[in-house]
Design a protein around this ligand. Sequence first.
Ligand SMILES: [Zn+2]
Ligand SMILES: [Zn+2]
Length: 264
Amino acid sequence: MYDYHLHTAFSADSDADPDDIINAAIHKGLEEIALTDHYDPMYRDPDFPFELDFTGYTEMLGRVTAQYKDEITIKKGIELGMQPGAPNRICAETAAAFPFDFIIGSVHCARGVSLDTPDYLAPRTPEQAVTDYYDDMLAAITDFTDFDVLGHINYVERYIERIPDETVYMNRIEQILKKLIELGKGIEINTSSYRYGLKDTTPTMPILKLYKKLGGEIVTTGSDAHKAADVGDHLEAAGHMLREAGIDYIATYKNRKPTLHKLK
Ligand SMILES: [Zn+2]
Ligand SMILES: [Zn+2]
Protein backbone atom coordinates (compact mmCIF):
# COMPACT_ATOMS: atom_id res chain seq x y z
CA MET A 1 0.00 0.00 0.00
CA TYR A 2 1.03 3.54 -0.71
CA ASP A 3 0.44 6.58 1.46
CA TYR A 4 1.00 9.56 -0.79
CA HIS A 5 -0.25 12.38 1.43
CA LEU A 6 1.64 12.82 4.71
CA HIS A 7 2.44 15.83 6.86
CA THR A 8 5.15 16.42 9.45
CA ALA A 9 6.08 19.33 11.70
CA PHE A 10 7.31 21.16 8.60
CA SER A 11 3.58 21.88 8.04
CA ALA A 12 2.11 24.67 10.18
CA ASP A 13 -0.73 22.44 11.41
CA SER A 14 1.34 19.39 12.42
CA ASP A 15 3.89 18.75 15.14
CA ALA A 16 4.78 15.22 14.04
CA ASP A 17 8.44 14.25 13.95
CA PRO A 18 9.24 13.06 10.40
CA ASP A 19 11.01 9.98 11.80
CA ASP A 20 7.87 9.05 13.76
CA ILE A 21 5.75 9.35 10.61
CA ILE A 22 8.20 7.16 8.68
CA ASN A 23 8.48 4.57 11.45
CA ALA A 24 4.68 4.35 11.62
CA ALA A 25 4.62 3.67 7.87
CA ILE A 26 7.29 0.97 8.22
CA HIS A 27 5.42 -0.55 11.16
CA LYS A 28 2.20 -0.67 9.12
CA GLY A 29 4.04 -2.47 6.31
CA LEU A 30 3.51 0.25 3.69
CA GLU A 31 5.58 -0.26 0.55
CA GLU A 32 6.09 3.37 -0.23
CA ILE A 33 5.22 6.82 1.07
CA ALA A 34 5.49 10.41 -0.11
CA LEU A 35 6.10 13.15 2.43
CA THR A 36 3.98 16.08 1.27
CA ASP A 37 4.38 18.99 3.64
CA HIS A 38 2.26 21.98 3.08
CA TYR A 39 3.07 25.28 1.46
CA ASP A 40 0.19 27.67 0.84
CA PRO A 41 1.63 30.95 -0.45
CA MET A 42 -0.31 34.08 0.56
CA TYR A 43 -2.59 32.13 2.87
CA ARG A 44 -4.59 34.70 4.80
CA ASP A 45 -4.67 33.28 8.28
CA PRO A 46 -1.99 34.59 10.67
CA ASP A 47 -2.48 31.58 12.98
CA PHE A 48 -1.58 29.17 10.19
CA PRO A 49 0.73 31.00 7.81
CA PHE A 50 1.52 27.75 5.94
CA GLU A 51 4.98 28.94 5.12
CA LEU A 52 7.59 26.22 4.69
CA ASP A 53 11.22 26.13 5.84
CA PHE A 54 12.52 24.93 2.48
CA THR A 55 16.12 24.59 3.59
CA GLY A 56 15.20 22.42 6.55
CA TYR A 57 12.58 20.50 4.59
CA THR A 58 14.80 19.59 1.67
CA GLU A 59 17.61 18.62 4.04
CA MET A 60 15.23 16.36 5.92
CA LEU A 61 13.96 14.77 2.67
CA GLY A 62 17.52 14.08 1.58
CA ARG A 63 18.39 12.55 4.94
CA VAL A 64 15.36 10.27 5.33
CA THR A 65 15.30 8.92 1.77
CA ALA A 66 18.89 7.72 2.29
CA GLN A 67 18.56 6.66 5.92
CA TYR A 68 15.48 4.46 5.46
CA LYS A 69 16.11 3.19 1.93
CA ASP A 70 16.41 -0.47 3.00
CA GLU A 71 13.14 -0.31 4.95
CA ILE A 72 10.77 1.80 2.88
CA THR A 73 10.77 3.88 -0.29
CA ILE A 74 10.22 7.54 0.54
CA LYS A 75 9.38 10.07 -2.15
CA LYS A 76 10.05 13.77 -1.93
CA GLY A 77 6.74 15.53 -2.17
CA ILE A 78 4.94 18.75 -1.34
CA GLU A 79 1.34 19.90 -1.09
CA LEU A 80 1.02 23.30 -2.76
CA GLY A 81 -2.00 25.47 -1.99
CA MET A 82 -3.12 26.85 -5.35
CA GLN A 83 -4.94 30.14 -5.89
CA PRO A 84 -5.27 31.90 -9.23
CA GLY A 85 -2.96 34.90 -9.70
CA ALA A 86 -0.04 35.86 -7.47
CA PRO A 87 -0.12 32.77 -5.19
CA ASN A 88 0.06 30.49 -8.22
CA ARG A 89 3.14 32.38 -9.48
CA ILE A 90 4.83 31.45 -6.20
CA CYS A 91 3.65 27.83 -6.60
CA ALA A 92 5.28 27.78 -10.03
CA GLU A 93 8.59 29.07 -8.62
CA THR A 94 8.42 26.54 -5.80
CA ALA A 95 7.70 23.60 -8.10
CA ALA A 96 10.68 24.53 -10.25
CA ALA A 97 13.09 25.23 -7.38
CA PHE A 98 13.58 21.70 -6.02
CA PRO A 99 13.57 18.26 -7.71
CA PHE A 100 10.39 16.95 -6.10
CA ASP A 101 9.14 13.47 -7.00
CA PHE A 102 5.52 14.39 -6.49
CA ILE A 103 3.41 17.53 -6.12
CA ILE A 104 -0.15 17.64 -4.83
CA GLY A 105 -1.96 20.78 -5.97
CA SER A 106 -4.72 21.60 -3.50
CA VAL A 107 -7.28 24.34 -3.14
CA HIS A 108 -7.75 25.46 0.47
CA CYS A 109 -8.92 29.00 -0.30
CA ALA A 110 -11.48 30.49 -2.63
CA ARG A 111 -12.12 34.14 -3.46
CA GLY A 112 -8.90 34.87 -1.56
CA VAL A 113 -10.06 33.55 1.80
CA SER A 114 -9.65 30.28 3.64
CA LEU A 115 -12.60 27.91 3.23
CA ASP A 116 -12.78 27.09 6.93
CA THR A 117 -13.38 30.68 8.05
CA PRO A 118 -16.56 32.72 8.63
CA ASP A 119 -15.17 35.16 6.02
CA TYR A 120 -15.86 32.50 3.43
CA LEU A 121 -18.81 30.66 4.91
CA ALA A 122 -20.95 33.37 6.52
CA PRO A 123 -21.89 35.37 3.40
CA ARG A 124 -22.58 32.24 1.31
CA THR A 125 -25.27 29.60 1.16
CA PRO A 126 -23.81 26.06 0.93
CA GLU A 127 -24.67 26.17 -2.79
CA GLN A 128 -22.65 29.37 -3.29
CA ALA A 129 -19.81 28.08 -1.10
CA VAL A 130 -19.52 25.00 -3.28
CA THR A 131 -19.86 26.69 -6.67
CA ASP A 132 -17.41 29.51 -5.83
CA TYR A 133 -14.95 26.85 -4.64
CA TYR A 134 -15.15 24.80 -7.85
CA ASP A 135 -15.03 27.93 -10.03
CA ASP A 136 -11.81 28.96 -8.28
CA MET A 137 -10.45 25.42 -8.55
CA LEU A 138 -10.94 25.43 -12.32
CA ALA A 139 -9.32 28.87 -12.53
CA ALA A 140 -6.42 27.66 -10.33
CA ILE A 141 -5.61 24.62 -12.49
CA THR A 142 -5.88 26.70 -15.64
CA ASP A 143 -3.46 29.27 -14.22
CA PHE A 144 -0.90 26.81 -12.77
CA THR A 145 -0.25 23.32 -14.08
CA ASP A 146 3.05 22.19 -12.57
CA PHE A 147 1.46 19.73 -10.14
CA ASP A 148 0.81 15.97 -10.43
CA VAL A 149 -2.49 15.27 -8.70
CA LEU A 150 -5.32 17.48 -7.53
CA GLY A 151 -5.70 17.15 -3.75
CA HIS A 152 -8.95 16.26 -1.94
CA ILE A 153 -11.25 17.51 -4.70
CA ASN A 154 -14.42 17.95 -2.59
CA TYR A 155 -12.56 19.39 0.43
CA VAL A 156 -15.09 22.23 0.77
CA GLU A 157 -17.62 19.68 2.11
CA ARG A 158 -15.63 19.53 5.34
CA TYR A 159 -16.77 23.03 6.26
CA ILE A 160 -20.25 23.63 4.91
CA GLU A 161 -23.25 22.89 7.10
CA ARG A 162 -25.10 20.93 4.40
CA ILE A 163 -23.84 19.28 1.22
CA PRO A 164 -25.92 20.50 -1.73
CA ASP A 165 -27.38 18.13 -4.30
CA GLU A 166 -24.71 17.12 -6.81
CA THR A 167 -26.67 18.69 -9.68
CA VAL A 168 -25.53 22.03 -8.20
CA TYR A 169 -21.83 21.32 -8.83
CA MET A 170 -21.33 18.20 -10.95
CA ASN A 171 -21.03 20.14 -14.23
CA ARG A 172 -18.18 22.13 -12.69
CA ILE A 173 -16.48 18.93 -11.47
CA GLU A 174 -16.78 17.53 -14.98
CA GLN A 175 -14.96 20.56 -16.41
CA ILE A 176 -12.24 20.20 -13.77
CA LEU A 177 -11.80 16.47 -14.43
CA LYS A 178 -11.67 17.02 -18.21
CA LYS A 179 -9.00 19.65 -17.72
CA LEU A 180 -6.96 17.34 -15.46
CA ILE A 181 -7.17 14.48 -17.95
CA GLU A 182 -6.19 16.79 -20.83
CA LEU A 183 -3.15 17.85 -18.79
CA GLY A 184 -2.23 14.26 -17.82
CA LYS A 185 -2.89 14.95 -14.13
CA GLY A 186 -4.32 12.63 -11.53
CA ILE A 187 -6.61 12.88 -8.55
CA GLU A 188 -6.21 11.41 -5.08
CA ILE A 189 -8.38 9.37 -2.78
CA ASN A 190 -7.87 11.21 0.52
CA THR A 191 -8.91 8.98 3.38
CA SER A 192 -9.06 11.78 5.96
CA SER A 193 -12.79 11.94 5.17
CA TYR A 194 -13.19 8.78 7.29
CA ARG A 195 -11.42 10.36 10.26
CA TYR A 196 -13.48 13.54 10.01
CA GLY A 197 -16.63 11.40 9.97
CA LEU A 198 -17.83 12.98 6.73
CA LYS A 199 -20.89 11.61 4.99
CA ASP A 200 -19.06 11.55 1.67
CA THR A 201 -15.71 10.05 0.75
CA THR A 202 -13.04 12.22 -0.92
CA PRO A 203 -13.69 12.07 -3.80
CA THR A 204 -17.26 10.79 -3.75
CA MET A 205 -17.88 7.60 -5.76
CA PRO A 206 -19.79 9.55 -8.47
CA ILE A 207 -16.77 11.85 -8.91
CA LEU A 208 -14.34 8.91 -9.05
CA LYS A 209 -16.55 7.08 -11.56
CA LEU A 210 -16.87 10.23 -13.68
CA TYR A 211 -13.06 10.62 -13.74
CA LYS A 212 -12.79 7.02 -15.01
CA LYS A 213 -15.62 7.47 -17.55
CA LEU A 214 -13.94 10.59 -18.96
CA GLY A 215 -10.72 8.61 -19.48
CA GLY A 216 -8.84 9.35 -16.25
CA GLU A 217 -6.57 6.65 -14.91
CA ILE A 218 -4.10 8.27 -12.48
CA VAL A 219 -5.17 8.00 -8.86
CA THR A 220 -2.97 8.17 -5.77
CA THR A 221 -4.08 7.23 -2.26
CA GLY A 222 -3.20 9.13 0.89
CA SER A 223 -4.20 9.46 4.51
CA ASP A 224 -3.40 13.19 4.86
CA ALA A 225 -2.06 12.19 8.30
CA HIS A 226 -0.77 14.99 10.48
CA LYS A 227 0.30 12.57 13.23
CA ALA A 228 1.92 9.13 13.31
CA ALA A 229 -1.22 7.31 14.49
CA ASP A 230 -3.06 8.24 11.27
CA VAL A 231 -0.38 7.08 8.80
CA GLY A 232 -1.81 4.51 6.39
CA ASP A 233 -5.33 5.06 7.69
CA HIS A 234 -8.14 3.49 5.60
CA LEU A 235 -5.93 2.72 2.60
CA GLU A 236 -7.77 -0.61 2.18
CA ALA A 237 -11.01 1.34 1.81
CA ALA A 238 -9.35 3.47 -0.87
CA GLY A 239 -8.46 0.25 -2.74
CA HIS A 240 -12.09 -0.87 -2.56
CA MET A 241 -13.20 2.48 -3.95
CA LEU A 242 -10.83 2.14 -6.90
CA ARG A 243 -12.15 -1.33 -7.69
CA GLU A 244 -15.74 -0.19 -7.42
CA ALA A 245 -15.00 2.62 -9.88
CA GLY A 246 -13.44 0.12 -12.32
CA ILE A 247 -9.97 1.60 -11.90
CA ASP A 248 -7.49 -1.29 -11.71
CA TYR A 249 -4.38 0.71 -10.95
CA ILE A 250 -2.87 2.84 -8.24
CA ALA A 251 -0.27 5.48 -9.03
CA THR A 252 3.12 6.28 -7.51
CA TYR A 253 5.55 8.93 -8.69
CA LYS A 254 9.26 9.33 -9.24
CA ASN A 255 10.80 12.52 -10.64
CA ARG A 256 7.26 13.77 -11.34
CA LYS A 257 6.43 10.77 -13.56
CA PRO A 258 3.63 8.37 -12.63
CA THR A 259 3.89 4.58 -12.51
CA LEU A 260 0.62 2.65 -12.44
CA HIS A 261 0.61 -0.47 -10.28
CA LYS A 262 -2.00 -3.18 -10.83
CA LEU A 263 -4.23 -3.43 -7.77
CA LYS A 264 -3.60 -6.60 -5.80
ZN1 LIG B 1 -4.85 19.87 1.84
ZN1 LIG C 1 -2.67 17.74 3.35
